[in-house]
Ligand binder design. Structure first.
Ligand SMILES: *[C@@H]1O[C@H](CO)[C@@H](O)[C@H](O)[C@H]1NC(C)=O
Ligand SMILES: *[C@@H]1O[C@H](CO)[C@@H](O)[C@H](O)[C@H]1NC(C)=O
Ligand SMILES: *[C@@H]1O[C@H](CO)[C@@H](O)[C@H](O)[C@H]1NC(C)=O
Ligand SMILES: *[C@@H]1O[C@H](CO)[C@@H](O)[C@H](O)[C@H]1NC(C)=O
Length: 751
């Protein structure tokens, strides 16, 4: 329990860095389009995006839908595909729930050829597949299910609660699924096509141990197609002896696309299957890492090199004690390095897993057969010792660690968990950014951008928007993004929603607000915050994702009055008298900004938040206009920073150096009747940044209010003011206010 405590403390650090509060109730806006679902359907979980035809095909309970990508609620068609009454009866007799389980839940939707999709469903615990005609071109306007039905075993699960991760390439369907009524025989299958079906070794928990498949991807290994590999992402129970007690591990598995199985052993079984653990963890101060092991979803972000996409993965914790979610990023170089590293090995059931130290047979298990290299045309020609070794060593010893060795996002104190992720690459003025859209189990979407703080190794996450996309809390179970439409599509148990990738108008009309939002999709175009296009002329667009600094972007647009040439922070110096009160005026322009005061006693002191840590002895009041300090004490002298917090970012609007003068010293001052003597004291009082002849301190005596000897102050000041016209003083004050500075900081949680 103690170690758990220290872990939570560690998390606080992360939370501070990740959380920004911009909650937009998307439902109330007119940007969201929702298909509320049919009364006789549900489970809108299987998506297939066809950008060319402008359609989103969705598999659900007893139906397949085709939605227009432009407006899903305006233009859609549906095909009912229920299980037959006799299948439903059989399902019921087998003890299953008629309404919840004995329907045809669509689990596989894959492009088959130019005109047809391949579609499979649970068929009331009797998986079935068929072909769906969609036409060649958008204008064909075809959406028709072929009456011919095939056996769906090894393609769709029997149980609607289980998933299939599938991919159809070159007429062959790769599917990670369960292949029996009981939901115990999990395997990775290749079916359809001209080859004999092939699968993973059965009843061997070293290969697969109660897995849940989440994604399948083809990633080329080299320019030679013989090296093409299929990667599977899944979570499963840790192998026996791999972990004390019950645990879940996240995995990446690999297969060669040209694997045909073994000749004498592993006949019609994969001979190139290998798996490795994916680590996503946060180091604890006590040396114990907190692991996010429940892999939920994976998104591959393509790069210039098709061999090296970036793997984005969403995880949750297995712990019952606390809920947590994380996003980790992996590089394919790291994945390949692990598959080329030591195999996990143990000598018997009571031994530990160790790295295999012996001689690895040739060709190295996991290598794809190639005519070009090694002289093995097919896996059927592999030497027996290779196949034997592959059979008993499916796991790698080393895990794959995330890029930078830590998650890019961690959330732990939330009443929700992450479920889905898609990532969009966005071209901005100062570079390319990956914008993540993360779905949660309560029907919300987080839009997050990763911004390098100093280098690419130090990323900071900026939460751009948090949106509710379903009328009731329901898990987001499917997500697809259309770059062409600039829209995001979301599936859940209750319906399908569509939302734009950007809503620049919500960031307001001002240049600074638009800039502060740091949304790479948006820029200030001279009139408002709107979609940024990289091709547009440079000078007309204002955007700064990396720093979100409105000063460099927008300062030339400020009112002439406030534009005094230099963009440095102006020191405003105020004097106050002990036991009197003072008011530090600070009212940011924006209505949405919340003010927040910080105090720093001396240059090497920490900044403290006014109102909490500091000045407990007095009743300070923070109003929308400024900070009122009722009874000044000598120790209140120092620097006051007025911060305006907007869009989760804090900027220093005003910096006031307050000097509290003790009464004795004031009296001293006031009782000098000759000007020369007063002028001598000026040197002492003036701020070091100002030249002595400015005599700034005169006007600052205005702030000496409620002083017991106020009358004499008034008199004193009058003398002075005769020399220095009042208007000038007012002008100076105006300059000090509203000045936005370079000092931008992340808002603390308490704001
Ligand atoms: C579900 O209801 C729709 C009409 O709302 C109907 O067209 C469809 O055939 C029904 N589906 C099934 C499987 O009965
Ligand atoms: C989408 O279509 C629906 C139904 O026709 C309509 O009410 C809605 O305004 C449309 N939304 C958009 C954003 O076009
Ligand atoms: C696609 O496959 C379907 C189902 O096998 C077949 O009927 C159709 O003719 C094929 N279309 C093309 C263009 O090959
Ligand atoms: C200021 O107030 C405190 C407490 O009320 C009192 O002890 C102190 O003498 C006062 N100082 C002056 C200079 O009036």
């Amino acid at each position: 329990f103690l170690s758990f405590l220290s872990i939570t403390v560690e998390f606080l650090f992360y939370i501070n860095h990740c959380d920004i509060f911009v909650l937009t109730e998307m439902l109330e806006s007119n940007n969201l389009v929702t298909f509320e679902g049919l009364s006789n359907s549900s489970s809108y979980h299987t998506f297939l995006m066809d950008e060319e035809k402008g359609r989103l095909v969705v598999g659900a309970k007893d139906h397949v839908f085709s939605f227009s990508l432009v407006n899903i609620s305006h233009d859609f068609t549906q095909i009912p595909w229920p299980a037959s009454p006799s299948r439903r009866d059989e399902c019921k007799w087998a003890g299953k729930d008629l309404s919840r389980e004995c329907s045809n839940f669509i689990k596989v939707l894959q492009p088959f050829n130019q005109t047809h999709l391949y579609v499979c469903g649970t068929g009331a615990f009797h998986p079935v597949c068929s072909y769906l005609e969609v036409g060649k071109k958008p204008e064909d306007n075809v959406f028709r299910l072929e009456p011919h039905v095939e056996n769906g075993r090894g393609k769709s699960p029997y149980d609607p609660r289980l998933l299939t991760a599938s991919m159809l390439i070159d007429g062959e369907l790769y599917a990670g699924t369960s292949a029996d009524f009981m939901g115990r025989d999990f395997a990775i299958f290749r079916t359809l096509g001209k080859h004999h079906p092939i699968r993973t070794e059965q009843h061997d928990s070293r290969w697969l141990n109660d897995p849940r498949f989440l994604g399948v991807h083809l990633i080329p290994e080299s320019d030679n197609p013989e090296d093409d590999k299929i990667y599977l992402f899944f979570r499963e129970s840790a192998m026996d002896g791999e972990h004390v007690g019950k645990a879940t591990h996240a995995r990446i598995g690999q297969l060669c696309k040209n694997d045909l199985g073994g000749h004498r052993s592993l006949v019609n079984k994969w001979t190139t299957f290998l798996k490795a653990r994916l680590i996503c963890s946060v180091p604890g101060s006590n040396g114990i890492d907190t692991h996010f092991d429940e892999l939920q979803d994976v998104f591959l972000m393509s790069t210039k090199d098709p061999k090296s996409p970036i793997v984005y993965a969403v995880f949750t914790t297995s712990s019952n004690i606390f809920k947590g979610s994380a996003v980790c990023m992996y590089s394919m170089t790291d994945v390949r390095r692990v598959f080329l590293g030591p195999y996990a090995h143990r000598d018997g059931p009571n031994y530990q897993w160790v790295p295999f130290q012996g001689r690895v047979p040739y060709p190295r298990p996991g290598t794809c057969p190639s005519k070009t290299f090694g002289g093995f045309d097919t896996t059927k020609d592999l030497p027996d010792e290779v196949v034997t070794f592959a059979r008993s060593h499916p796991a790698m010893f080393n895990p794959v660690y995330p890029i930078n060795n830590r998650p890019i996002i961690v959330k732990t104190d939330k009443d929700y968990q992450f479920t889905q992720i898609v990532v969009d690459k966005v071209e901005a003025e100062d570079g390319q950014y990956d914008v993540m859209f993360i779905g949660t189990d309560i029907g919300t979407i987080l839009k997050v951008v990763s911004v390098p703080r100093g280098s690419w190794h130090d990323l900071e996450e900026v939460l751009l928007e948090e949106m509710t996309v379903f009328r009731e809390p329901t898990a987001i179970t499917a997500m697809e993004l259309s770059t062409k439409q600039q829209q995001l599509y979301l599936g859940s148990n209750i319906g399908v929603s569509q939302m734009p990738l950007h809503r620049c108008e919500v960031y307001g009309k001002a240049c600074a607000e638009c800039c502060l939002a740091r949304d790479p999709y948006c820029a200030w175009d001279g009139a408002e915050c709107s979609r940024y296009f990289p091709m547009a002329k440079r000078r007309t667009r204002r955007q700064d994702i990396r720093n979100g600094d409105p000063l460099t972007q927008c300062s030339d647009l400020q009112h002439q009055d406030e534009l005094s040439g230099q963009a440095t922070l102006q020191d405003k110096t105020l004097y106050g008298v002990e036991n009197s009160s003072t008011f530090l005026e600070c009212s940011p322009k924006s209505q949405r900004a919340v003010t927040y005061w910080q105090f720093q006693r001396s240059a090497d002191d920490h900044k403290q938040e006014v109102g909490f840590v500091f000045l407990k002895h007095t009743l300070n009041q923070i109003t929308t206009q400024g900070l009122l300090i009722r009874t000044l004490a000598k120790k209140d002298s120092g620097v006051y920073l007025c911060q305006a917090v907007e869009h989760g970012f804090m900027q220093t609007v005003l910096k006031v150096t307050l000097e509290v003068i003790d009464t004795e010293r004031l009296d001293d001052l006031l009782h000098r009747d000759n000007e020369a003597a007063a002028a001598a004291n000026v040197q002492e009082f003036s701020s070091p940044r100002e030249s002595p002849n400015q005599r700034l301190w005169y006007r600052d005596f205005l702030s000496l209010v409620n002083h017991p000897t106020l009358n004499s102050v008034d008199e004193f000041c009058e003398q002075i003011w005769k020399r220095e016209p009042k208007w000038k003083h007012l002008q100076e004050r105006q300059k000090g206010r509203n000045r936005r500075t370079h000092e931008l900081e992340r808002a603390p949680r308490s704001v």
